[in-house]
Structure formats: structure tokens, C-alpha cells
Design a binder for this molecule. Structure first.
Ligand code: ZN
Length: 410
């Protein structure tokens, strides 16, 4: 198959009984066999979103960020969680978000769940319901999220979180930098988390160094800990913003450690661009993103994803992976590059989630597809791709975008 300069190829995907049977180079012969409207269109597998917050989102009307900063986001979310996150509230917002994602063509989503105090039982319970209700439309995974220092300072709280991760087959995660270096406590907490994950076959997914601070150095500590434990499972680090601002030699050293630790990186470019380097009255000087080109070239599996949607951490978004990829292209310069960046929203996040039948086109796989009104990467990236067709098991679905008015009751 001839691959063009923009990474796309002209091919025909033959589907029978909901599965891809053959992929052949060139246009399909016009032999009268029924075909889905797809000629001269772009065909992709359904998207995979590896880093979202379905429990936090869709609250802009009631809990906006007061000033657009990271601190403002934390405080607004904490207050909203305490006041409003009942099971019904979380369920309503998650369902809204999932219908957005389904409409836009996403087939698998990993969400972090704030796992603190009484919220842990509420959110994991709702997540479990949603995972069952949505299993034929979107594959769902969840990761616990709490400040990592609680592992040491509040062991009973951590025990409760871990019990929920075990009970619901979740991924173990935490936020490893919140403004101050934790020194020995970070190592001690990671030893417990990684030791547990290794013993029980649980995957890891951390929120790492979402900051421009020179104190944000937890990424290297995590990589060292994974090597120390000879962790062989799947480990992911989200954000890693401060890595971009390190000296070249220091960054090189840390990236080499990520390769050795098989610690992969997901960048959240829309959220980072919104929060990082925000100072009132001053124009931002930095895009806020991890050094994805350097990581990718070194052999780290790199990904991009939505992160927050219409909440205090990111005011906008619609769980649309096309928007994520389009913005990533602009913010991270995926263009004018020979790296296979499209994999950042398909096969790589699928592999990270252990879903080796997702995010790719191959004979034998379900015909879970997105057909877009574009023929080239330039056409794909220049318009928002309104009018795309989503197929599940070879059948076009018609799921309208939910109306924002649905959220007025919250
Ligand atoms: Zn996040």
C-alpha cells in the first residue's frame, strides 16, 4: 500500500457481519456491492482517550475557575465536589460527557476519579454503573486520583481508595506534585503504590509535575522507583510540563530514565495551554506542554488526550478527540514532522489501556470506524469535522450531541 506524504493511504476496508474482513489498496471496484458513504473520505478507527476527568466535567455554569490559574482550579473543584457531587450529579454529568464522546467517534475512555473521603464510594459506584451501561458503545476504565502524600500521612484513607481500585478493577494513580517537593515521602509513597501494583497486577497512571516550578521534579523519582521495583506492568505519566523547562542535560537524563522504566507520557495540550504560564495582565510566554518530540524520538510511547472538559481546570472542550488532535498539532507542532503522531490518539493509548483490538484498522477487528469529510491531513485539520459518520460494528450510529439545557437542573 502506498503511503502518501501526509501519512494517509488510499484503501478500501471491506466489512462483513460487523467485522473488517479485508483492507485492499486503492478504491473498491464499483461492482454493485452496497457500501457505506465513504468514497474520497478519510476513514479512521474510533478514537481512544486515555486521560479524562468524567467526574469533574460539565460544571462551568456553577463552578468556573475564578482566575484561570491551577490554584484557582483546585479550589473551585474542591468546593464543587464538597457541595454538589452526589451520585445523581456525577451520573448526569458522566452520561452527558459520554454522549458527547460517542457522537464525536470515541470508542474507549480512561477517566481519573477524585478519590477523597466520601467521594470515593460515590464516584466509583457510579463509574461501575456507567461502565456496564456503556460497554457496547464505549469501553471505560477508571484511575483513582488523590494527593500521593496521603499514602503516608493518611494510611486508612489510602486503604479505602485501594479497596475501591481492587473492587472495581481500576488503575492505581495519584497526583505527585502539588506545589512543594515531598522529598522522602514521595519515595515512600511510591514504594507502597508500585509494590502493591506489582504484586496484584494493577496498572499505574500518575498526574505528574503539572507546573512550571523548578521544584516539580517528581517524574524522575517515579522512573527511579519503577526501575527499583522492576515494575513490568503498564505505567503512564500525565502532564510532565516542567520537563520541558529543564536544562538540556537534565531533561536528557530524565528521558533516558523514562525509557529504562518503560514509563509512557500523555500530554494534555488544551488544559496545559489554559492553565500554564497564566499571569493576570501578562501575555503567556510558554505553551505549557511536555517535550513530546524529544520523548517520542527517545522511544517513549507518547499520547495526547482531552483531560478536563468545561470545568475549572479547562473551561472548554467537548470530549472530541478530533479537536484534541487538531489542537495538539498546532500547540505541539505535530505537523512538519515525520513521527507517526496520529498514533497518539489511537494505537498507543489503546495499548496503554490493554485494549489491543482498539485504535487500529485490521482484518478480524470490529468495524468501529469514523468517516470524516476530508481527504488529506490538511483538510482534516483545517475544519472541525462537522458531519462525520461514526460506525459501531459496521453500523452507522445516530447519537445527537446532548443539549446544554440538560445540565440546567444541576
Ligand atoms: Zn488530568
Amino acid at each position: 500500500m502506498t503511503v502518501r506524504a501526509d501519512g494517509l493511504a488510499t484503501a478500501s476496508v471491506l466489512v462483513e457481519n460487523g467485522r473488517i474482513t479485508r483492507i485492499i489498496a486503492g478504491a473498491a471496484p464499483d461492482d454493485g456491492v452496497p457500501h457505506v458513504e465513504g468514497r474520497s473520505r478519510m476513514l479512521l478507527p474510533r478514537f481512544v482517550e486515555v486521560h479524562t476527568h468524567l467526574d469533574k466535567g460539565q460544571v462551568h455554569h456553577r463552578a468556573p475557575n475564578p482566575n484561570g490559574t491551577f490554584l484557582g482550579a483546585r479550589e473551585a473543584v474542591m468546593a464543587d465536589r464538597e457541595a454538589n457531587w452526589s451520585a445523581e450529579d456525577v451520573r448526569t454529568r458522566m452520561d452527558f460527557a459520554l454522549r458527547c464522546a460517542l457522537h464525536h467517534g470515541t470508542g474507549a475512555i480512561r477517566t481519573h476519579l477524585d478519590s477523597i473521603g466520601k467521594q470515593t464510594a460515590i464516584s466509583w459506584g457510579v463509574f461501575d454503573e456507567m461502565r456496564a451501561a456503556w460497554k457496547d458503545r464505549i469501553a471505560l476504565q477508571a484511575v483513582c486520583l488523590f494527593p500521593v502524600v496521603k499514602v503516608i500521612d493518611e494510611p486508612e484513607e489510602f486503604a479505602n481508595v485501594l479497596a475501591h481500585v481492587r473492587r472495581y478493577g481500576g488503575v492505581l494513580g495519584a497526583v505527585t506534585f502539588l506545589g512543594e517537593p515531598l522529598d522522602g515521602k514521595l519515595d515512600a509513597a511510591l514504594d507502597i503504590m508500585i509494590g502493591t501494583a506489582k504484586a496484584e497486577g494493577i496498572d499505574l497512571d500518575f498526574h505528574v509535575d503539572e507546573s512550571d516550578s523548578p521544584d516539580a521534579r517528581s517524574l524522575e523519582v517515579i522512573a527511579d522507583a519503577l526501575v527499583r521495583h522492576r515494575f513490568a506492568g503498564r505505567a503512564l505519566a500525565g502532564h510532565c510540563c516542567s520537563l520541558a523547562l529543564m536544562d538540556d542535560a537534565d531533561r536528557r537524563r530524565v528521558i533516558d530514565k523514562l525509557v529504562a522504566a518503560r514509563l509512557n507520557v500523555v500530554s494534555l495540550p488544551m488544559c496545559n495551554m489554559y492553565l500554564q504560564d497564566r499571569v493576570s495582565g501578562r501575555t503567556p510566554r510558554w505553551r505549557g506542554v511536555a517535550p513530546l518530540h524529544e520523548l517520542d524520538a527517545a522511544g517513549v510511547s507518547t499520547m495526547v488526550s482531552s483531560d478536563n472538559t468545561r470545568d475549572a481546570f479547562y473551561a472548554y472542550g467537548d470530549l472530541d478527540a478530533v479537536e484534541v488532535y487538531r489542537e495538539a498539532t498546532r500547540i505541539l507542532h505535530f505537523d512538519h514532522s515525520s513521527r507517526p503522531w496520529l498514533e497518539t490518539v489511537f494505537a498507543r493509548p489503546a495499548d496503554q489501556m490493554g485494549l489491543d483490538d482498539r485504535g487500529r484498522l485490521a482484518p478480524g477487528l470490529a468495524a468501529d470506524l469514523v468517516i470524516l469529510p476530508a481527504r488529506t491531513m490538511n483538510e482534516f485539520l483545517s475544519r472541525p469535522q462537522v458531519g462525520r459518520t461514526v460506525l459501531i460494528g459496521g453500523k452507522a450510529i445516530a447519537v445527537p450531541l446532548p443539549d446544554y439545557a440538560e445540565l440546567d437542573v444541576l
